[in-house]
Design a protein around this ligand. Structure first.
Ligand code: IVH
Length: 675
C-alpha cells in the first residue's frame, strides 16, 4: 500500500467508524455487528501505527483513551460560563415571564404578538462542558470551573462516544457548544455493583461520579466509564439561525446529541404543561434530571434582555421539588458487608415515595447520624435522589418527642459481637472478625464462586446459606471437602443438582491463578490488580513472602493495596486456608504457557512510554513491559530508568528526560532488551 493509499484508507475508515459511533451512541440505532466494528477499528489502529504521520488528533482511535493528563491546564473561557437563576413555583415563573415581557417592551395591552416563544428543556444533572469546534473538528473541551476559567479536559472528553470528533454537513467554521456530561443510571448501577464486589464504598450519585470521572488522569479509565453528553447551547459569531431552537436542530444535523425531550412553547401556559408532564415522568428517564430549563427562543430578544452579573435574563431553571415525605424512624439496624464494613440502616414506618413504598433508608455512617442529629421515634424527611435507596435529609424538630432516644452508635458487631474498629481516614466502622462473622463468611464464599472468580454457578446464594446453616461450609476451602452423601439428604438437593454442584467445584480447580487470587477476596484487590500481581509474583508463596515495599513496586499497586495484601497474609487463618486450597489442587502459580510469555528481564526497571510506534501499539508495549517484570509510569521523574520514545513525542518530555539523565530508547532497542 502506498502512503497515499494508506492516507485514503485511514480517512475512509475514520469516517465509517465515526458514522457507526453516531448510529450507536446518538441515534441509538446500530447498523453493524460489534465484531465487524471492532475489525474496522483494529484495521484503522494498525494502519495508523504503520503510518504515524496520518494519525490525526481526532481519529476515532482516540476514543479508547490511553493518554495520561498529569495536570489539567487551566483555560480562560472565551464566553463566561454563567449559571441560571432558579425558580421553584409557577408564580416564580409568571414573574419571570412578566420580567421578560417588560424587558422587551411588550405590554399586556398589546393584542397581538404579545406572547414570547420559549424553549423548554430538561435540566440534566451532571457537569457542564464547553466544546470548541474549528473547521468541523473538536479542538478543545473545558469544564465550567469558576465560570471564568476551567480545566482543559479534551483528552478525556474525546472518549465520550456521543460527542462528535468531526462534524458533518453544513457546519460553521468556528463555534462553541455547551452541554452536560452525565452518567446514565444503568452504568452508575453497574459501577457500584462492581465496587461492592471488591469491597469499595459505592459512589454517592451519578452526578458526583460523572464529575469525578472527568478529573481522572488516565483517559482509558474514563473511556470505560461510558459517560454520555447532551448539548444544549451554541455560541459563536456566525450562528446559522436566529433562534435557539433552530440552532439546536442544526447542531443535531452536524452530529451532536441533542435532547429529544425539548419543546418549543408559544406562551408560559405551554411551559407549565411541559413542567407538569415531566414532574410526573422524570423517574422513568434513564438519567437524572433536577428540573426544567426555560429559554427565550429568539436571539434578538435574548440580546435585548442581556445578562445580570451571574446569569442570563432570558433563561431560568425551574427546580423540581425533590420528592420528599415525612415518616417515623422506628429503629436503626446495622448491616455487615462482605468486607466487614458496617452500614446503619433506618427502618421507617412504610410510606409512599415516588411511586414505591419505602421502608428503609441508608444512614451511611456514624458521622451522618451525628450530623443529622436524628433520634429514634423522630419524624424524618426522606428523599429520593440519584441513589438507589432513599436517604434521610432532615428531622422535623417540631414533632420531636421529649423522650426521643439519642442514637448510640454500636460498638460491637451485630452479627458476631466483636469490637468494631474505625480506621483512620475511613468513614465506616468495620468488624475485623473476618473469618468468624456470618455475613462476612457467606459474602466471601459468594464472591469466591462468582463468575469472574471461580465461576461455580451451581453454587448460588441460597445454597451457600443452606450449606452454611447446615455447618457444611465455614470458609471457601470447605467447598472442596463437600461429599455427595452429605449433600443428598439436604432439602432441594436432587441427585442431578448435587452432581452439577460437584462437577462445578471440580472444574474450578483449573481456574488460572489470577482469578483464584481475585477470588480469595483480599480487600482492594480487584480483577485487574489480581492479574498484575499474579504476573509479577508468579506464585502464591512469593506473594505471601513479599514485603510491603516490594508490593508497592508492582504496577497498579499503591500503598493501600500493599497494606491490605500484607495484612491478609499476616493472618495465620488465611495462610492456613490457602494451604488447604493448594492441597485440593487449585492453581496457585502461573501456568507453563503464562510463564513462557513472562520473564524478569526488566525486573525493577521503570518505563515511560511516549509518542507513536511502528511495530506495537502503546498498550502492547505496556503489556510487554509488565510481562517482562518492568513497571509503567505516566510521567518522567528521578525514578524513571527508560524513556521509550516513539515518533511525535512531546519536546517537553524529551527535555525533562535529558535533564534527569533518563536513558532514551527506541522501540527496536526495547525489543532487543526483551528478546
Ligand atoms: S443552559 C447561560 N440548559 O444547569 C445558560 N443548562 O445552573 C447556560 N444545565 O451550569 C446553561 N441542563 O450545567 C442549560 N438544558 C440545559 C441544562 C443546563 C442542565 C445545567 C448547566 C448549568 C446549570 C445552570
Amino acid at each position: 500500500m502506498t502512503a497515499e493509499q494508506a492516507k485514503e484508507r485511514i480517512e475512509h475508515l475514520s469516517k465509517e467508524i465515526e458514522q457507526h459511533n453516531y448510529n450507536y451512541y446518538v441515534l441509538d440505532n446500530p447498523t453493524i455487528k460489534d465484531y465487524d466494528f471492532d475489525m474496522l477499528l483494529e484495521e484503522l489502529i494498525k494502519l495508523e501505527k504503520q503510518h504515524p504521520e496520518f494519525l490525526f488528533s481526532n481519529s476515532p482511535s482516540q476514543r479508547v483513551g490511553g493518554q495520561i493528563t498529569k495536570e489539567f491546564k487551566t483555560v480562560k473561557h472565551k464566553y463566561a460560563m454563567l449559571s441560571l437563576a432558579n425558580s421553584y413555583s409557577k408564580d416564580d415563573l409568571k414573574d419571570f415571564d412578566e420580567r421578560v415581557k417588560k424587558g422587551l417592551g411588550i405590554t399586556s395591552t398589546d393584542l397581538f404578538g404579545s406572547d414570547i416563544e420559549y424553549v423548554c428543556e430538561l435540566k440534566f444533572d451532571g457537569l457542564s462542558i464547553s466544546l470548541t469546534y474549528e473547521h468541523g473538528k473538536l479542538t478543545q473541551a473545558v469544564t465550567r470551573g469558576d465560570g471564568v476559567q476551567g480545566d482543559d479536559v479534551t483528552t478525556n472528553v474525546k472518549t465520550i462516544r456521543s460527542i462528535p470528533l468531526t462534524l458533518k454537513g453544513d457546519y460553521i467554521d468556528f463555534f462553541e457548544i455547551r452541554g452536560e456530561i452525565f452518567l446514565p443510571l444503568n452504568v452508575f448501577n453497574d459501577i457500584n455493583k462492581e465496587r461492592e464486589e471488591i469491597g469499595d464504598a459505592p459512589l454517592a450519585n451519578p452526578r458526583n461520579a460523572a464529575s469525578g470521572t472527568m478529573k481522572m488522569q488516565d483517559s482509558s479509565v474514563v473511556a470505560k466509564r461510558k459517560l454520555d453528553c447532551f448539548l444544549y447551547y451554541m455560541m459563536g459569531d456566525n450562528l446559522p439561525a436566529k433562534t435557539h431552537y433552530e440552532n439546536l436542530e442544526k447542531a443535531k444535523a452536524w452530529g451532536f446529541k441533542i435532547s429529544p425531550y425539548t419543546k418549543l412553547c408559544a406562551n408560559i401556559d405551554e411551559v407549565f404543561n411541559f413542567i407538569d408532564e415531566w414532574d410526573k415522568k422524570r423517574n422513568d428517564l434513564p438519567f437524572d434530571i433536577d428540573g426544567i430549563v426555560i429559554k427565550v427562543n429568539s436571539y434578538i430578544q435574548q440580546q435585548q434582555l442581556g445578562f445580570t452579573a451571574k446569569s442570563p435574563r432570558w433563561a431560568i431553571a425551574y427546580k423540581f421539588k425533590a420528592e420528599q415525605v415525612s415518616t417515623v424512624l422506628e429503629e436503626i439496624t446495622y448491616q455487615v458487608g462482605r468486607t466487614g464494613s458496617i452500614t446503619p440502616v433506618a427502618n421507617l414506618k412504610p410510606v409512599l415515595l415516588a411511586g414505591t413504598t419505602v421502608k428503609r433508608a441508608s444512614l451511611h455512617n456514624a458521622d451522618i447520624i451525628a450530623k443529622l442529629d436524628v433520634r429514634i421515634g423522630d419524624h424524618v424527611f426522606v428523599e429520593k435522589g440519584g441513589e438507589i435507596i432513599p436517604k434521610i435529609v432532615g428531622v422535623d424538630l417540631s414533632k420531636r418527642k421529649p423522650d426521643a432516644e439519642i442514637v448510640k452508635y454500636i460498638t460491637h458487631c451485630p452479627e458476631c459481637g466483636s469490637l468494631l474498629e474505625r480506621r483512620e481516614e475511613e468513614a465506616n466502622h468495620y468488624c475485623v472478625n473476618e473469618n468468624g462473622c456470618a455475613p462476612q463468611i457467606k459474602g466471601k464464599i459468594e464472591h469466591f464462586v462468582s463468575r469472574k472468580a471461580m465461576n461455580i454457578d451451581s453454587l448460588g446464594g441460597e445454597t451457600i446459606e443452606q450449606l452454611y446453616n447446615e455447618k457444611l461450609i465455614h470458609n471457601i476451602a470447605d467447598i472442596y471437602e463437600l461429599k455427595k452423601e452429605q449433600l443428598l439428604p439436604l432439602e432441594r438437593m436432587a441427585e442431578k443438582s448435587v452432581n452439577n454442584l460437584l462437577e462445578g467445584i471440580e472444574a474450578s480447580k483449573q481456574i488460572p491463578f489470577e482469578r483464584v487470587l481475585y477470588g480469595i477476596g483480599i480487600r482492594h484487590v480487584g480483577e485487574t490488580t489480581a492479574k498484575k500481581v499474579a504476573r509479577k509474583v508468579r506464585n502464591i508463596d512469593a506473594l505471601i513472602n513479599a514485603t510491603e515495599e516490594e508490593l508497592v513496586n508492582i504496577d497498579e499497586v499503591g500503598g493501600v493495596i500493599a497494606k491490605s495484601v500484607a495484612a491478609y497474609f499476616s493472618n495465620s487463618e488465611n495462610r492456613l486456608m490457602v494451604e488447604r486450597l493448594k492441597r485440593f489442587g487449585l492453581q496457585f502459580e502461573l501456568s507453563e504457557e503464562q510463564l513462557q510469555s513472562t520473564t524478569d528481564k526488566l525486573g525493577g526497571k521503570t518505563f515511560v512510554i511516549s509518542g507513536v510506534f511502528q511495530k506495537h501499539s502503546r498498550d502492547e508495549l505496556k503489556d510487554l513491559i509488565e510481562k517482562n517484570g518492568g513497571k509503567n509510569t505516566g510521567s518522567i521523574s528521578g525514578k524513571t530508568n527508560y524513556l521509550l520514545a516513539g515518533d511525535n513525542m512531546g519536546p517537553e518530555k524529551l527535555k525533562k528526560a535529558e535533564k534527569l539523565g533518563v536513558t532514551i530508547i527506541t522501540e527496536d532497542d526495547f525489543l532487543t532488551m526483551i528478546a
